[in-house]
Design a protein around this ligand. Structure first.
Ligand code: GUN
Length: 293
């Protein structure tokens, strides 16, 4: 049984990027836009900035008030889109409820959309052209699968969840022609009937359904690979913070049946940040190519 170490794989990617960036006189630059003071967002953006610094990527943070209007936020993005020194733009989600997140993601210039959330980049993923950006969590899942040498060709992959940010792109990546990919993909979600009929037939399960410990041992077959994307906070009085993180998988009972599994924390989570950095370096390289041509 292989417990996949996402921290280790992420560290390898970060080191590869550090070496690449060190060889360039000009450095990539990413802009983080955070709206409001959501504690989880503050902590995620801080982690992203720290990792950028480790690699030699310059980062800027623009903090905007919770009361900002859609138009005001749109004009901040328009200025960043025009700024040639910025290679990547990330608008940290969630945004306040009065702002339409999808509309905001679509305002980010596709060549700077290091989150891979806008319609152009999601379309490029479906077209299987590789000059677009794949959102970071699905990209991290693919890296885990390929670096852990988990076979996908002809395998039954079941994706639990159909979100635009994780479920849909993760399924598309497993479906795409070539490796890792060439899988037979089934999407299951909150309205799927007899969900365990699908999960029992799966060779690989990608759990991104947002429900703590949702995937139980009786829902899977022996030898399955489980990629747990869930990050759920559950109360834990023994922790200083008052909570602990659990995934979408009932880890203790599922793990003994798996051929490979990602833990929470320390599985997919660190990969997301590493892939954001990888996208930023890619955006930088594409912009360098464009200015040289
Ligand atoms: N909020 C939680 N995860 C993410 C992410 O990957 N990107 C952005 N923009 N916001 C997030």
């Amino acid at each position: 049984m292989n417990v996949i170490n996402g921290n280790e794989i992420a560290a390898q990617i970060i080191e590869e990027l550090r070496v690449k960036v060190a060889s360039s006189a000009v450095k990539p630059q990413v802009l983080f836009i955070r709206v409001g003071e959501d504690p989880a967002s503050i902590s995620y953006v801080r982690k992203k900035q720290k990792t950028a610094e480790q690699i030699g990527i310059q980062s800027r943070l623009q903090v905007l008030p919770e009361s900002i209007t859609f138009d005001e936020l749109a004009s901040v993005i328009a200025i960043a889109n025009e700024d040639k020194s910025i290679n990547g733009i990330l608008v940290q989600a969630p945004l306040p409820s009065h702002i339409d997140e999808k509309k905001i993601f679509n305002l980010v210039c596709p060549t700077k959309d290091v989150d891979g959330f806008n319609a152009t980049n999601l379309g490029k993923l479906c077209q299987e052209v590789d000059d677009g950006f794949i959102s970071c969590t699905p990209a991290g899942i693919v890296e885990i699968v390929s670096r852990s040498k988990i076979p996908t060709e002809g395998k039954n992959v079941v994706v639990l969840g159909r979100s635009l940010i994780v479920g849909k792109p993760a399924g598309m990546l497993m479906l795409k022609k070539g490796l890792p990919g060439n899988a037979t993909v089934t999407f299951c979600h909150s309205r799927t009937s007899n969900l365990e009929e699908f999960t029992r037939k799966a060779d690989i399960i990608i759990a991104a359904i947002g429900k703590p410990k949702f995937l139980k041992a009786e829902m899977i077959s022996k030898g399955v690979t489980v990629i747990d994307v869930g990050i759920n906070r559950i109360a834990d009085n023994e922790k200083k913070s008052g909570f602990r993180l659990v995934g979408d998988v009932d880890y203790d009972n599922v793990m003994p049946l798996c051929s490979a599994i990602t833990p929470v924390p320390g599985g997919v989570g660190p990969m997301t940040v590493a892939m954001l950095m990888s996208n930023t370096v890619k955006a930088f390289e594409l912009s360098q190519k464009q200015s040289n041509s």
